[in-house]
Ligand binder design. Sequence first.
Ligand code: FAD
Length: 446
Amino acid sequence: MLRVAVIGGGPSGSCTAETLAKSGIKTWLFERKLDNAKPCGGAIPLCMVSEFDLPESIIDRKVRNMRMISPSNREVDISLDNVYGKSDNEYIGMCRREVMDAFMRNRAADLGATLINGLVTNIDTGNDHQGPYTLTYSDFSEENNKVEIKKLTVDLLVGADGANSRVAKAMDAGDYNVAVAFQERIKLPKEEMSYYENLAEMYVGKDVSPDFYGWVFPKYDHVAVGTGTMQKNQSLIKSLQEGVRNRAQKRLANGEVIKVEAHPIPEHPRPRRVVGRMALVGDAAGYVTKSSGEGIYFAAKSGRMCAEEIVEASNNGQTIPSEKDLKNYLKKWDKKYGTTYKVLEILQNIFYRNDSAREAFVEMCDDMDVQRLTFDSYLYKKVVAMKPLQQLKITFLTLGSILRGKALAPLKYKPVKSAVREEEEVDKMLKNFSIKGGIKVKNSKV
Ligand SMILES: Cc1cc2nc3c(=O)[nH]c(=O)nc-3n(C[C@H](O)[C@H](O)[C@H](O)COP(=O)(O)OP(=O)(O)OC[C@H]3O[C@@H](n4cnc5c(N)ncnc54)[C@H](O)[C@@H]3O)c2cc1C
């Protein structure tokens, strides 16, 4: 009988383990920290809720309005009301990862996977990486906080252990470039929080990121405020976070930082994602999209697709799949999502290049065809075919916006206006303090 170990209990690992366990394959799921709060904006597309059968209870907020804010503070709403009409059917789900991950992990365990609260510290990959694979791990599940070192031997290994993947190292998967993301969770006064009830914000500008965007995403009782940038600009990350804070200061007035977090985000897939009988999924493989930085859905989906291939090739666990069998999962993955990754990379290269292009990007988001295209492809993960006239219109719109963007790009960045208070009142509030706690950066230069 086939034995599989899945290392990492985030969305990719849990979905791998769930599919394997459902088919009766002997599955171990390792997670080093059962209350892990993965640093993350926690935004998920609507299709993930039904496709992965997620209960409403794991969704903190249903966002129906994504407010884009340009370098000159032009605000454009990409609104679900505009695109699909007023209803509660469509939304972007905002989740706390500690809640979502625990739910998915426990479900995999309920379906038959053996969940081990342990840190995998070493992987012996056998001759030529072909297995069997012997894992050494620190078992944290013992009573009285005793840690026991244990070993487990399996026939197949799935690396779902995120951007710093140990499995990737053990199988010699090769490196990828990573972006770095920084986030502060901020508790806001009731009035400020009410503005973010079902609305999220995306800020673009060189002040918040030279190659990505800054965000304010609502969670259960606070907002997640963050930014990201490519590895080469890593040293700027705190000053970029200060850029987001400065621009949003009037909307975050009297906020209090309750958590500061940072984490790498892969920028592209690893050179090798399957070696021997070891496969990588999720961030370990490098499946985060450019432009949007979306990785949760792709993590879950890659875990499921990898596991489905294992189930099929092993005839429900009766034989051990070969390297070639596992590589079928990669073929299917690349065929299904290759274009999505490419298109989002091109968009990032065009629109996050400089402030003129960023102004153009926000202006374009005001167009209904662009809004529908954005939501259809994000919420439903459908490749949306454009009608020729639509295509022509969007091409002209892009060119026009890029030309106009030059004139609009500001020399200096200013805070956006408060959405819930008079200017005078906010200015008074800001005299005491803007945001309590969190990062401290002086003389930041971008
Ligand atoms: C600041 C930030 C904001 C983001 N915002 C969004 C967003 O809004 N929407 C979105 O879709 N994506 C977002 N992403 C990307 C998203 O977080 C990832 O793509 C997603 O978490 C990948 O899931 P995963 O299961 O592959 O890996 P992870 O979520 O990283 O899970 C890996 C798990 O493996 C465990 N682990 C690691 N090593 C070991 C070991 N040796 N032994 C045992 N356990 C181990 C870890 O504890 C962890 O639980 C964001 C990322 C960052 C950094």
